[in-house]
Design a protein around this ligand. Sequence first.
Ligand code: DAK
Length: 261
Amino acid sequence: MEFRYIRVEREEYIAIVTIDRPQALNALNTAVLIEIGTALKELALYDDVRVIILTGAGDKAFVAGADIGEMANLTPVRAREFALTGQAVLSTIEDLPKPVIAAITGYALGGGCELAMACDIRVASDKAKLGQPEVSLGVCPGFGGTQRLPRLVGKGMAKKLIFTGEIIDAATALQIGLVDMVVPHAELMARAKELAATIAQKAPFAVLQSKLAINRGTETDLATGLALEAECFAQTFSTEDQKEGMRAFLEKKKNVQFKGK
Ligand code: DAK
């Protein structure tokens, strides 16, 4: 895959997508957003990609937000298009049939925090800084921040962060549930890859069905969510991996090699 603003690398079952615009702290312009969406949709097609890590190039930022230079002169009509482009890419991540891990190097602000929130799991460097500072620029969050942040941290905390534009450190983000792991800065990619490798060893369809049940089920009432879970559970019984996984347990075999079938 050839791109201008992102890099895509493969390591066994893991694909690493790096937003590579460090001179602008990896800010998201329309071209970057489109490239991320295109790369992820293609990676979704490969059976030998089981987990994707999304990160930012350089030492300083995951993504410092939507590109303020591009946004500055938007008309309301173009602003809606920009928001819809960003929201579509983030929904692609959320609906991708593979787990996506955000490896948060440094600043994850505005659209960067929103991008991280669309991922399935967030691993942050202990130097990371997160926040939704849009109100300081005279706008409200536009890539899903008003929707995903309260779902992760609760309405009150989301309102506190969005209304004040406060930028929080990694330890605080962990405490409120905005990130899921904080690791020493120098170990960020190694720890994200370790997590990805652990997930990649599991049965891919079972992981996918779990993602689907969690994402869809938590957006509905409990009874509907449980019915959805039962369907997802049932479908895993159509796979060779279910048979192999259970047979291996009963035969006391370790190290099952799941085939993704
Ligand atoms: N956009 C464009 N360029 C950016 C940028 C950004 N978000 N963030 C940083 N840069 C650029 C800087 O302009 C600078 O470029 P040069 O001057 O060197 O050419 C370079 O990156 C390095 O940044 P600094 O020199 O500022 O670096 P510092 O270490 O001093 O400061 C910082 C780092 C992260 C604290 C600072 O750069 C900063 O405050 N950046 C802006 C952070 C921010 O406000 N992020 C939120 C952006 S707003 C919507 C759709 C989407 C959105 C909203 C509405 N609708 C359509 C409704 C989303 C909004 C956002 O994400």
